[in-house]
Design a protein around this ligand. Structure first.
Ligand code: ZN
Ligand code: ZN
Length: 423
């Protein structure tokens, strides 16, 4: 049904591939940290403007929105994220990043596109250019959204809070993609839960400080924190159904500064992943209960303090929107359209459709050289030999990754924007 329109729009791919690959290499070599995506946003705006889109910049910081009104029809929002990570690149690519930047805490850090957001940006700019070139092959409104700070989980929210809804008007569906450690050329869809919700929690527990030789005068916060770490291991294993995936990691524990001093407090930092609001709330409640009870058991002189940070919403793909995209992918990609396994990572994309009150679907595209992937698979070493997102060795192969991501955006958008059934 969408084959004809997609085919017509995608004939332009050969013409844009040159500058699109250049744009990708440029972005990869010049990554920018979360909320600092100024040059990336400027490069995006320049390309979109050249393609004839109506551009708004500086939404929620560095966010960019491009609009292309093309007659009556549905409105489709396509989203990409722009930020990079404080990681030192070790891909050995000729266009590897050597960038160093100052993070929001004032620290000098190496910067790398270790999560492939440069792929997302290049693909979406390319897809917008293709759709803008072929306006007689579709009807409706295209909204392209480039957001800051996905890695911090607050970039999408800041665009929403900065008046995004008024800017984009009525939207029918929101679509987004992520490059993942799968063979390049593959697209993966999944209805229902696809990415976890993530919550970080900082817990401060209080003791009573004393000399290390006089424990009877102390309430030892290091022992208290240790008990909490052990007891928290039972939350997922004993309180969550085995069919309901969840993770609770104590990623950081700090207490004391000297062997012969018993400190007066300790700080724990937790990361919690879940796939439903119900499970998320059950885990958070269990953590509070256990920490409070352990403090009481230790005779802690003061109530513990809980602080939530780095929140990511769950990503739960709409069944109907996902089915429509999958059917279009099956037609266009054939056997390269596959089922995406449940992912343990998190995203803030869903903050956009949730705020607009519209359905959404989020799919994966592969970025790994298919030969490298096949060799790792045959050796039973996929986890060891295929670099995952956020790793210093994460370097998607340029093609067919860019082509596939660009085609996926165009094909998916046309599942709504193509004019009537075409045989
Ligand atoms: Zn990431
Ligand atoms: Zn990412």
């Amino acid at each position: 049904m969408t084959g004809t329109s997609a085919g017509a729009v995608l004939t332009g791919l050969a013409d844009i591939r040159g500058w699109q690959e250049d744009l990708y290499r440029h972005l990869h070599q010049h990554p920018e940290l979360s909320h600092q995506e100024h040059r990336t946003a400027a490069a995006v705006a320049e390309r979109l403007r050249a393609a004839g889109l109506d551009i708004r910049e500086g939404i929620g910081g560095t966010g960019v929105v491009g609009l292309l009104r093309n007659g009556d029809g549905p409105t489709v929002l396509l989203r990409a994220d722009m930020d990079a990570l404080p990681v030192r690149e070790e891909t050995g690519l000729p266009y590897a990043s050597t960038t160093v930047a100052t993070d929001l805490d004032g620290h000098e850090v190496p910067v790398m596109h270790a999560c492939g957001h440069d792929v997302h940006v290049a693909c979406l700019v390319g897809a917008a250019a293709l759709l803008a070139e072929a306006t007689d092959s579709w009807a409706g409104t295209l909204v392209v959204l480039f957001q800051p700070a996905e890695e911090l989980g607050d970039g999408a929210r800041r665009m929403v809070d900065d008046g995004l809804a008024a800017l984009v008007g009525d939207v029918d569906v929101a679509l987004a993609q992520h490059v993942l450690p799968m063979p390049s050329g593959v697209v993966g869809t999944r209805p229902g839960p696809v990415l976890s919700a993530a919550d970080s929690m900082r817990i401060t527990v209080h003791g009573r400080g004393a000399h290390g030789s006089m424990p009877q005068a102390a309430v030892d916060p290091v022992v208290l924190a240790s008990m909490i770490v052990v007891r928290l291991q039972t939350v997922v294993s004993r309180e969550v159904a085995p069919t309901d995936p969840a993770v609770l990691t104590v990623g950081s524990i700090h207490g004391g500064a000297k062997s012969n001093v018993i400190d007066d407090h300790a700080v724990l930092e937790l990361n919690i992943r879940s796939y439903s609001e119900q499970t998320r709330e059950a885990i958070l409640a269990a953590v509070r209960r256990i920490v409070t009870a352990e403090c009481q058991a230790s005779g802690s002189p003061q109530e513990p303090e809980f602080e939530m940070f780095d929140r990511f919403p769950p990503t739960h793909n709409d069944a109907a929107a996902t089915a429509l995209v999958r059917a279009a992918f099956d037609t266009h990609f054939g056997h390269r359209a596959q089922d995406l396994p449940l992912q343990s990572a998190s995203e803030d994309f869903s903050d956009v459709p949730e705020a607009l009150g519209v359905p959404y679907t989020y799919w994966g595209i592969g970025g790994v050289d298919p030969e490298v992937y096949r060799a790792a698979e045959e050796a039973g070493r996929i986890s060891q030999d295929v670099p995952v997102n956020h790793s210093p060795a994460f370097g998607p192969v340029l093609q067919p990754t860019l082509d596939t991501g660009t085609e996926a955006l165009v094909v998916a958008a046309l599942a709504w924007l193509a004019p009537g059934p075409v045989s």
